[in-house]
Write a protein of this length. Structure first.
Length: 168
């Protein structure tokens, strides 16, 4: 499958985990996978983000162990996790997040990046929820792919599919 994907993407396929690769190459690879699996590119990127979170938690447990919830973990992205990413991968392009946590059952997360990988971010959010055993619904109100200046996610906690709890 890898060779077929590289041929479709017209790339040479020399990639390592320590590399910093061009966004356009990534999107060519995603487009090739999209064709081979007959899935939309955003679904592939989101799936990858969700599954990458599991790999990250296994490789870097020190980032996850201090937290009992996804919310507190997300608050460390700008201040702890991404500075460490830059140490491990000099030149890495990491996004910047802003947070509105005024609601107990919703976190609004702004995502700004030179690479518009908001689907990957959404997958990481879903993966973090699974890692911490939480139920969340993620909605995206703003998106650079729709012409907005940044992407904004509303993360609703504890209500699958945004359904209200039954009243007694």
């Amino acid at each position: 499958m890898w060779d077929g994907m590289l041929e479709t993407a017209q790339l040479d396929g020399i990639y390592t985990s320590l590399g910093n690769y061009d966004y356009e190459e990534l999107m060519k690879l995603v487009a090739a996978v999209s064709i081979q699996l007959d899935l939309p590119p955003d679904a592939i990127i989101r799936w990858f983000g969700c599954n990458a979170l599991t790999l990250l938690a296994g490789k870097y447990p020190q980032f996850f162990e201090p937290h009992r919830s996804m919310r507190t973990f997300l608050f460390t992205l700008n201040t702890i996790i991404h500075p460490e990413v830059r140490k491990i991968y000099p030149g890495a392009h990491v996004p910047v997040f802003d947070f509105d946590s005024t609601s107990d059952d919703m976190l609004t997360l702004g995502y700004s990046s030179e690479r518009p990988l908001c689907s990957f971010g959404e997958g990481l959010i879903e993966g973090a929820a699974a890692h911490f055993g939480e139920t969340v619904t993620v909605k995206q109100s703003l998106c650079v792919h729709r012409g907005d200046s940044k992407c904004v996610f509303q993360i609703l906690f504890g209500k699958p599919n945004g359904v209200a709890e039954p009243r007694s």
